[in-house]
Design a protein around this ligand. Sequence first.
Ligand code: ZN
Length: 197
Amino acid sequence: MFIEPHIRTGKPGWIEVVCGSMFSGKTEELIRRLKRATIAHLETKIFKPSADIRYHRENIVSHDENAVPSMPVENAQAIIPLSKNVDVVAVDEAQFFDAELPETCEQLALQGIRVIVAGLDMDYTGKPFGPMPDMLARADYITKLHAICVKCGNIANYSYRKSASNAQVLLGEKNLYEPRCRECFYLGEDAKNKIGA
Ligand code: ZN
C-alpha cells in the first residue's frame, strides 16, 4: 500500500500515478489518499475532464458510490489557475485528458504541489491510453492496481469490451466491460475477429 513519503524540504511537490484496468479500484485509492491528506489538514482539489459525464457533473464517484466533490475542466491547462493555495491536486479519469496533462502536472509539482493522477493505462484494445504513458514516465511514484479476471480468477490488467463497437471512448456503461487477464483478453479478441470475418 502506498505510504506518503516524509519530505522535510521547503518544496515537497511530486507526482503520483495510480493506474490499472477498469474495476481495479483506482478511484477508491484516489479517494483513500485524499481522505488522508484532509486528515493532515492539507488543502485538496479534484479535477476531472468535462468529457466524463458518467455520473454527477460535480462529483467523482467510484463504483462503490464513494462520492467526493470534483471540478470538471475543459483541458489540462485550466487546472493551473484553479490550483492556487492548494496542497494536493488530484486528477481522475486522466486518460481522457489532452496531451498537455503531463506538462501541467510537472508545473504543479514544481510549485510544491503533491499531484495524484488516476487513470486507465490501457484502452479496450490493450493499447496505452491518451496521456497515461507520458504520465507514467514522469511520475515519482507509480501504483498499478489489478482487478480479477472474471473468466479464470487470475490477476486482470485488461478492460475487455463485450460489445463489438470500435469507438475508443464508450462512456459510462460499466456493464459493457469486464476485467480480464492477458490470456482471456486475447482469447476473447480472437473470438470477436472470427465473428467479424
Ligand atoms: Zn483470465
